[in-house]
Design a protein around this ligand. Structure first.
Ligand code: ZN
Length: 153
């Protein structure tokens, strides 16, 4: 059976950056299962898996445009530290929920200098070229229920 729309695909994967550092891996966990064609994984990986079969192993390089997006400077903001009153132990790397005109969005604290805090609403992997090593563990037809819900059960 081949990977196609409305199949449930299970993969093991390891994700590295250009420097060869491992960013994420399914090793030691259940394989990642998803409904193919539903956009539940990044587009660059999904298109590389199309038509592949159980047992196939592949190395896929995904550019930021087809991954977690390019890094957008407009998503980086400097905010006075006084806006963070009530947050204990504010530090670089912290994830926060920011109230914006577009609703609540997750941001990361990327710098704290004097009385200014830099927050970044880009995805942590925005601008990163992604190197996936993937093995296809299983491919099966989605049930009608899975296909109509748009996800795997
Ligand atoms: Zn469901």
């Amino acid at each position: 059976m081949q990977v196609a729309n409305n199949t449930i695909v299970e993969i093991h994967y390891t994700l590295k950056n250009d420097e060869g550092e491992t960013l994420d891996s399914s090793e030691g966990r259940e394989p990642l299962a998803f409904l193919f064609g539903s956009g539940s994984i990044i587009s660059g990986l999904e298109s590389a898996l199309d038509g592949k079969s159980i047992g196939d192993k592949l190395d896929v390089v995904v550019e930021p445009e087809d991954g977690y997006g390019v890094h957008q400077e407009t998503a980086v903001q400097q905010v006075p530290i006084s806006a963070f009153q009530g947050i204990d132990n504010l530090q670089v790397g912290m994830q926060l929920q920011a109230q914006t005109e577009r609703g609540v969005i997750p941001v990361r604290v990327t710098a704290i200098e004097n009385d200014t805090v830099t927050i970044d609403a880009n995805h942590a992997l925005a601008g990163v070229r992604l190197h996936f090593a993937v093995s296809i563990e299983n491919v099966r037809e989605a049930t009608d229920e899975e296909a109509s819900h748009g996800h795997t059960h």
